[in-house]
Design a protein around this ligand. Sequence first.
Ligand SMILES: [Fe+2]
Ligand SMILES: [Fe+2]
Length: 388
Amino acid sequence: MKLAILGGSFNPVHAGHLYLAETALSAGYDRVILVPAFVSPFKPGAGDSAAQDRLDMLAAALTANSALALEDCEIKREGISYTIDTIGDIITRYRPEGKPGLLLGDDLAPGFPKWRRAGEIAEMTDLIVARRTSAAKLDLPFRCTYLDNAILDISSAGIRRNIRAGGPWRSLVPEGVRLIIEERGLYRAEDQAPQAGIRSLCARVETAARSMLNSARFLHSRGAALVASDLAVRFGLDRDLAYLAGIAHDMAKELPEEDLKRLAKRDGGGFSKLERKKPSMLHGRAAASLLRENFGLRSEAVLEAVRVHTFGDPGMGPLAKVVYIADKTEPGRVRIPPELRAYGNYAGLDEYFVAVLEATVAYLESKKYELSSGTKRLLSAERRKKSP
Ligand SMILES: [Fe+2]
Ligand SMILES: [Fe+2]
């Protein structure tokens, strides 16, 4: 079997890595082995604590192509990962046909002669230079072939940057990798991270909600929080953020009308006709203001979920949909159709959300309650999506 080796930090693995590995397959290799470094000699200090995450993401990324394989020898070896050790190990264990190919990005290739025991690596492998930055052939002082790959402008550093900044990244990684990044809260800025901060914030908000609500309403909030965190796991979102939004969503519900108006106004919006007529409808917006100002919450996804849970909103994100569903389907809601309680009945979050929204609207109409303009816009947008 002809083998090629692709090393790197894979922090995280992305479509560009997989494309490069596939290109090597079409250049005549039967299998490409991806080898994540424990600590790269080029990026000391980067990534070692996240080794298990990087391995798990690679494992999830490689399921779609059986000719790509994961090799964890550098992670197991720990310490700085030198390519010469890996090549020897792989040749001994895999016994490839001929020399293995060693893929090098054109950004690293000029420095190759300085790698530890570079001469031996060049003897033991066929060096293959892949384009990362330029289509031009480099003037390299060692024998190599060039991989005929297109240059994709995707980098792990760029993905990490966009995750921190809330920019686009999800389409640049395989679905399984996206789920791991979201579920474990990888690469996020400190104030969005689910770990230490959010757990203690949850506890503080829960205590506040308990003191601000009667016991039936508090139990409803806790039911919604538990359902929301289950749904978050099911749909690849952060369970702590979902719990927080669920426990907080109704915390302002028993405040006097004047307080509701004052707090709701702080989000910068005006009042709709329905909100003017029924100020209790402002309790979502008021709770979001409390979370932002009194508890210092920065997560836009949680703030949105709490703010729009009463009416819904045409632009609402996945966490807001999860909280909307949880509010309507938590175990204390005894009158909902039982099929709405099982997410397994629906193809995905959007389909589940529309089913809950339609049932809610049908109930409001049967009681002759007025629909808010936000709910009407949301419903017609979702119906348009269903019947193109
Ligand atoms: Fe509510
Ligand atoms: Fe509620």
